[in-house]
Ligand binder design. Structure first.
Ligand code: NDP
Length: 290
């Protein structure tokens, strides 16, 4: 079994980005600047945003975090987005999701200038991606593509089952893997909560991308020998042996499947770090495109 080590790979790619940024700095060029807006006190969101800022610093980017109270109005948040759109110093920015219930995330995403949409969530970028045109790819699917590419996992002609159809993971990764290209050229099936023959689909899949947010949902008997497993899920389960009382697991039961698979991403340390690295690559691209 080959462990698709996202932590190690993202370290390598971040070193490559840093070399490029050093070169830009030496030539007096534009240093990439990533901004993140965070609303409220969601601990998971705070940790993601801190992680993104830390990674930005590691590669020599400039980074800014804008933190707002949960009671900010949608109009006020839209003004912040507008300010970032107009700010020439900022190359790309993200608005960390989820947002408080009174704010419609679609309105916020639509307000982001697609040229600065380094999360790749704006419909302009989604549509461009679907048509295989130049686009900022959504960070998690982009991170998965990088991982498949760098580990030389063949996707052409393979049968892929993507479990989950969200706008940020399941839906875009299914489009990307079915697109002409490498990675790509796969035959993709999207499964979701209404899918009836899930076991049958999973058992026939050469590659499974699991993105449903259900702890250890996929078990040994549901996969075929030699399958490639990309586990996007991040679920916290109680664990009295840990100081904090919980630990993170994926949507796939890692210990149950590990001797049957050919490749698998761990959770944590798989897709998560690759997502942040993909965001940095998008920011570097936005900065160069300016
Ligand atoms: P969403 O909640 O937006 O979507 C979940 C999807 O899973 C839906 O399409 C839903 O189906 C489907 N689903 C839920 N339960 C089942 C089931 N029992 N059988 C089949 N399908 C099911 O999730 P996200 O895409 O935002 O995230 C998925 C997971 O990935 C989460 O654990 C999240 O934390 C993690 N994540 C990890 C990232 C990383 O960087 N590693 C980044 C983003 C997310 P339906 O549409 O029918 O409701």
């Amino acid at each position: 079994m080959i462990l698709l080590d996202g932590k190690k790979l993202s370290k390598t790619i971040k070193e490559e980005i840093k070399l490029e940024v050093d070169e830009i700095r030496n030539q007096g060029g534009n240093i990439p600047h990533l901004a993140a807006v965070i609303v409220g006190d969601n601990p998971a969101s705070e940790s993601y945003v801190k992680n993104k800022a830390k990674s930005s610093d590691e590669v020599g980017f400039e980074s800014t975090i804008i933190k707002k109270d949960a009671n900010i109005s949608e109009e006020e948040l839209l003004e912040i987005v507008d300010g970032l759109n107009r700010n020439d110093d900022v190359d790309g920015f993200i608005v960390q999701l989820p947002l408080p219930r009174h704010i419609d995330p679609d309105n916020i995403i639509l307000a982001i200038d697609p040229k600065k949409d380094v999360d790749g969530f704006h419909p302009f970028n989604f549509g461009s991606m679907a048509q295989n045109l130049e686009a900022y790819l959504p960070a998690t699917p982009y991170g998965i593509l990088l991982m498949l590419e760098r580990y030389n996992v063949e996707t052409e002609g393979k049968s892929v089952v993507v479990l989950g159809r969200s706008n940020i993971v399941g839906s875009p990764i299914s489009i990307l893997l079915a697109r002409r290209g490498n990675p790509g050229n796969a035959t993709v099936t999207i499964a979701h909560s209404k899918t009836e023959n899930l076991d049958e689909l999973l058992q026939s899949a050469d590659i499974i991308v699991a993105a449903i947010g259900r702890a250890k949902f996929i078990k040994n008997h549901q996969i075929k020998e030699g399958a490639v497993i990309i586990d996007v899920g991040i679920n916290s389960i109680e664990d009295a042996t840990r100081k904090r009382g919980y630990r993170l697991v994926g949507d796939v039961d890692f210990d149950d499947v590990k001797d049957k698979v050919s490749h698998i991403t761990p959770v944590p340390g798989g897709v998560g770090p690759m997502t942040v690295t993909a965001l940095l690559l998008n920011t570097l691209k936005a900065s160069k495109n300016k």
